[in-house]
Write a protein that binds this ligand. Structure first.
Ligand code: FMN
Length: 286
């Protein structure tokens, strides 16, 4: 299956599949980012996953030895934890000096960081939790915007919507490529997101359940065994205020493949879904 859309062109990747930022120390590093980029998606090195800027620099160098495919960095801005532009200054300089061209920012507005990457010939993508934030970020000049739905991992607010509403509604107001996040973990979620107006998908939980993700294996086992019909679990995810739990994407995650297998499965299954659409004569014939 071939992809050539505004997002694959912006990022220089084969598939519009992005590995979400992971701020857990030792997890959101080259160990997951490199296999994702090598498999045709986009891997993200999350600055928060490192103890200090030197470790970040060493790992970027290590990553670049292992892949010549595009890689991105994430800066998660949390004012209450003094994770602001000043905190990231050294990390930003290192990323740019080492030749990383794609910056993702999340939580607060990452305009200042984004501008530095854009001025250096790269691009800036902001992750937002609400359509209102996404509209305001699009006016600040982001090259693309991730919107995370309520189904996803992370902070929840009453202003948040589901992934489906985010994509279908935001598309009316925002012209830059939109990237869907929240509860996506298989080909149906992927193709569905594209149909709703996204140019690509961004997944966190699904990549946690891959062989390469560095986390206690017991958590991976919990992900694949989690019953999505458990009301307590759904309640927990929708009400989550802090911390990080695997999202409602667990409903479609039943095995622990390698990253390559996971991405290939999505692409192959997506192809089958598209063929089924043809059988259903959902496309106008010539
Ligand atoms: C273990 C884990 C850690 C995460 N850490 C961060 C982080 O530090 N910064 C951030 O912006 N998002 C973080 N996220 C959120 C993901 O980048 C992404 O937005 C989210 O996982 C999408 O929803 P999904 O899990 O349903 O795919 C984390 C997600 C997971 C699963």
């Amino acid at each position: 299956m071939q992809f050539d859309n505004e997002l694959t062109r912006l990022l220089g990747v084969r598939y519009p599949i992005i590995q979400g930022a992971v701020g857990w120390k030792g997890s959101g590093t080259s160990s997951i980012a490199v296999p994702v980029s090598e498999a045709g998606g986009l891997g993200i090195l999350t600055a928060l996953a490192y103890e200090n800027p030197d470790e970040f620099q060493d790992d970027i160098r290590n990553a670049m030895k292992k892949t010549n495919k595009p890689l991105a960095v994430n800066f998660t801005l949390i004012k209450s934890r003094q994770l602001d532009v000043d905190y990231y200054k050294k990390y930003i300089k290192i990323a740019l000096d080492e030749g990383i061209k794609i910056a993702f920012t999340s939580a607060y507005n990452g305009f200042e960081i984004g501008k530095e990457f854009q001025e250096a010939g790269g691009c800036w993508i902001q992750k937002c939790a609400t359509i209102r934030h996404a509209i305001s970020i699009s006016k600040k000049g982001a090259d693309a915007i991730v919107i995370v739905g309520l189904e996803g991992t992370g902070f929840k607010s009453p202003e948040q919507n589901t992934t489906m509403i985010n994509m279908t509604a935001a598309r009316q107001y925002i012209k830059v490529p939109l990237i869907a996040a929240g509860g996506i973990g298989d080909a149906r979620g992927f193709i569905g997101a594209l149909a709703m107006g996204a140019s690509g998908v961004y997944m966190g939980t699904a990549f946690m359940a891959t062989k390469e993700f560095k986390v206690d294996e017991r958590l991976k086992t919990r992900i694949i065994n989690q019953n999505i019909m458990d009301a307590e679990y759904c309640k927990k995810i929708y009400n989550q205020k802090r911390g990080v739990s695997p999202s409602l994407a667990v409903g479609v995650i039943h095995s622990i493949p390698t990253v390559k297998e996971f991405i290939e499965n999505i692409i192959n299954d997506a192809q089958k879904i598209m063929e089924q659409f043809k059988e259903w004569r959902m496309f106008i014939e010539d």
